[in-house]
Design a protein around this ligand. Structure first.
Ligand code: ADP
Ligand code: MG
Length: 376
């Protein structure tokens, strides 16, 4: 798929902007702070309902404005669609497809798909487990948009269960009424139900991503691998032999039972997919803490390239977005990456100067200056 037109109103620094887009490579070039990332961030938002830079919507709305609108015309094969999202911080966001009446924002997922490379990606390798869980869950959702519902159900159940545990912990400390354990049993089952679904999808994803990540690492840094992806589960679930949802459900219920006492003491859910990690191995060592800066970068690139290959292979060719990444790479990695992404259906690149866009990426150029986006 590719985006043929992007239109923003009161998004970030843009009061209004219209950007026609072609398939192939488009580079947005301009000095720092001119609004390049803001453009591709909007495209990414349509694909994930989130920003790769901030966790809440408020900063996405132009200072002083009440709401932001992101609109994109999208072509997939013969089919064209118009998607529109209205961001209302503090209130529900709204969405429309083909100017029809409103749909839920999550119903637009799957129309725009992106794989976004950004300087922030280094945190995939060096950062906290939460970064890697988000990576997995976004990819799980890109493969199967209905997982957005499962993810939000999990968050909701977890929050409610934590509230229950917290009040139990408080009551315990102050000698109040003790927790009705049958209520907790019910929440355990809810958590295990949605948790098993999320876990199954993550494990399936890792199994198919592993060989692609290994190959991509070899492409970016020849001879530098191998890389391994190991899921570290707080409930003892392992990737590999396919687990049924029933088995995973039973594992979560069992793990919850084993930590129940501590949970009631501490007032928080101690096991489940929200406590898991993806261990990125490089030559039999964890990349985090062991890999060099350059290797960590190669690893982050490999994970994104593998994501791209996976989605493409499953018939969902995503838009590749490369936000300011070439400036971070040495000449060799830069050329390699450029060669690898050049054949994609659509590539959106941002760079501070022309020289940061590798020669292999010829295409349309836009100059971005103080919120003006002009074709050059
Ligand atoms: N909500 C907002 N309202 C107004 N301006 C914003 C908002 N969010 C970010 N900006 C401005 O956008 C600019 C950053 O744009 P960005 O796209 O990140 O720049 P770059 O071209 O370096 O990628 C900054 O000058 C910042 O002040
Ligand atoms: Mg930027």
């Amino acid at each position: 798929m590719h985006v043929t037109h992007l239109s923003l109103a009161d998004f970030r620094s843009y009061a209004r902007v219209e950007v026609p887009l072609d398939p192939g490579v488009t580079a947005f070039v301009g000095a720092n702070g001119q609004g390049k990332t803001n453009l591709v961030e909007a495209v990414g938002y349509l694909a994930t309902l989130g920003s790769h830079r901030v966790s809440s919507d408020a900063p996405l709305v132009r200072m002083g404005a009440e709401r932001a609108v992101i609109r994109a015309a999208v072509t997939q094969g013969e089919r064209s669609q118009l998607v529109e999202l209205e961001l209302n911080p503090g209130r529900a966001n709204r969405a429309r497809i083909n100017r029809s009446s409103q749909v839920r924002p999550r119903d637009v997922l799957g129309i725009v798909r992106t794989v976004l490379f950004a300087p922030e990606d280094l945190a995939l390798v060096k950062g906290d487990p939460g970064e890697r869980r988000r990576f997995l869950d976004e990819l799980v959702t890109a493969r199967s948009p209905r997982m957005a519902g499962v993810r939000s159900d999990y968050e909701r159940v977890l929050k409610q269960r934590n509230t229950l545990l917290k009040s139990a912990a408080m009551a315990r400390r102050h000698g109040g009424r003790s927790l009705d354990l049958s209520t907790l049993d019910v929440w355990d089952q809810h958590l295990a139900g949605v948790g098993a679904e999320l876990l199954a999808q993550r494990l399936d994803l890792i199994a198919v991503l592993q060989p692609l990540a290994d190959k991509a690492y070899g492409d970016v840094a020849p001879g530098g691998g191998p890389v391994t992806l190991d899921y570290r589960s707080s409930v003892g679930a392992e990737a590999g032999p396919a687990r049924t949802r029933e088995e995973l459900y039973a594992q979560i219920v069992e793990a919850l039972a084993a930590v129940r006492k501590q949970e009631i003491e501490r007032g928080v859910t101690l096991v489940g997919p929200h406590r898991d990690d993806l261990v990125l191995g490089l030559r039999s060592m964890p990349a985090k803490g062991y890999a060099s800066h350059g290797e960590s970068w190669s690893y982050a690139l490999a994970l994104r390239l593998a994501s791209y290959e996976l989605l493409r292979g499953e018939g969902n060719e995503p838009v590749l977005v490369l936000d300011d990444v070439f400036a971070e790479l040495d000449a060799r990695r830069r050329e390699r990456l450029a060669e690898l992404v050049a054949p994609a259906e659509q590539v959106l690149v941002t760079a501070a100067v022309d020289d940061d866009v590798p020669g292999a990426l010829v295409g349309t150029r836009y100059a971005v200056t103080a919120g003006e986006v002009e074709r050059v």
